[in-house]
Design a protein around this ligand. Structure first.
Ligand SMILES: CC(=O)SCCNC(=O)CCNC(=O)[C@H](O)C(C)(C)COP(=O)(O)OP(=O)(O)OC[C@H]1O[C@@H](n2cnc3c(N)ncnc32)[C@H](O)[C@@H]1OP(=O)(O)O
Ligand SMILES: O=CC(=O)O
Ligand SMILES: [Mg+2]
Length: 326
């Protein structure tokens, strides 16, 4: 970690802690899918320096291997969360409510000796699905503390009903044993659902991609961006990751180990951006003390919204620094 980054950490740590909604906050820059029926890939994922792993029962697993995936994940859960040099999110992606596989998945996953940190619930269409899912969770007495849930929005219905879904998730979580922590934009399923044709610029999903990030922020949830399936093209991945970060996303779905460092790096602000933010915050407070709300900062007008943008950037650096020792 650079000297500059260390200084920032010390300066803003206490202020930042107060701003966190809870101490369970985890970074999820890269969310790596690992097919649940493939022990070799699971063991490989356990050795990677990755923020977030989703052992997959859903689309990464063939229809005739669902049971195999559940049972393999069950065994890995029973063996306990692997020790890594830093904290990471140990999750499972179950099948959607509509698939009719969801209940079987929960029956196996939530009766393991060790529960995952997070359940990913794909293809959430409406609040009825969420109510059904949360009532299912009530059956598992082993759920003594709230389990984190990542909601996947990847259909036209899901995008249309997004505000109600988030409102209901927050409301249900007041009395039920789960906590919504993030929204994922399932761009590939969404494309298929609306019958769009994929372009490199993703203009065909722009509205949904922006709506999801806006709604996530309105409900204090993390926003996790589309998957980049051309997994051998790391330059394209970097470009799309930076684009997502610029839109306000805090992470991205990944499918291959080579994608992990590229994505995790792309979601970190650069040293230049960190210095800009730090200098701006210092200048803002200096000018504010002398009675100026708006001022010239290296040729641009700065006032309160720019200050908030700089603070956002520093807060993000702080969380990453705390969780990854970077
Ligand atoms: C739209 C969605 O829902 S996306 C989520 C669903 N899809 C998925 O989960 C796909 C996950 N990814 C994969 O299955 C694979 O990466 C594929 C099929 C894309 C490519 O697989 P491979 O041809 O085996 O990749 P490759 O040979 O480059 O793999 C290199 C190494 O990484 C391992 N690996 C590949 N993908 C993963 C992964 N997702 N997690 C952990 N390890 C992996 C391979 O086992 C191999 O290990 P080894 O070197 O010890 O033998
Ligand atoms: O699940 C992810 C997607 O893009 O679909
Ligand atoms: Mg999907």
């Amino acid at each position: 970690m650079s000297v500059l980054l260390k200084k920032i950490k010390i300066n803003i740590y206490s202020q930042f802690k107060r701003n966190l909604s809870n101490n369970q906050y985890k970074i999820r820059r890269a969310l790596l899918y690992v097919p649940g029926d493939d022990p070799k890939k699971i063991n490989k994922a356990y050795k990677l320096d990755v923020d977030c792993i989703a052992l997959d029962c859903e689309d990464g697993v063939a229809a005739n291997r669902k049971e195999q995936a559940r049972n393999t994940i069950f065994e890995f859960l029973n063996n306990g969360k692997p020790k890594k040099s830093r904290e990471f999110d140990w999750g499972v992606r179950i099948n959607s409510v509509k698939s009719e596989l969801c209940q079987n998945d929960l029956d196996v996953i939530l009766t393991a000796q060790n529960l995952p940190d997070t359940i990913s619930l794909p293809k959430v269409n409406d609040t009825e699905e969420l109510k059904w899912f949360s009532s299912q969770l009530e059956r598992f007495t082993a759920l003594k503390t709230k389990i984190s849930v990542i909601l996947f929005i990847e259909t036209a219905q899901g995008i249309m009903n997004l505000k109600e879904i988030c409102t209901t998730a927050k409301k249900l979580s007041e009395n039920r044993n789960f906590e919504p922590v993030a929204l994922v934009f399932g761009g590939d399923d969404y494309l298929a659902d609306i019958g769009a044709r994929k372009t490199d610029q993703l203009t065909e999903v722009l509205y949904a991609r922006q709506k999801l990030v806006m709604m996530a922020k309105a409900f204090q949830l993390q926003a996790i961006d589309v998957v980049y399936i051309q997994y051998k093209d790391l330059d394209g991945l970097k470009q799309q990751s930076i684009e997502g970060a610029n839109m306000g996303y805090t992470g991205k779905q990944v499918i291959h180990p080579d994608q992990v460092p590229v994505v995790q790096e792309a979601f970190l602000p650069s040293e230049k951006q960190i210095k800009w933010a730090k200098d701006l915050i210092e200048a803002y407070h200096k000018y504010a003390a002398s009675g100026k709300g708006a001022f010239n900062f290296n040729g641009i007008m700065v006032d309160s919204p720019t200050l908030k943008q700089a603070e956002n950037l520093i807060k993000f650096v702080e969380v990453v620094g705390k969780d990854t020792n970077q």
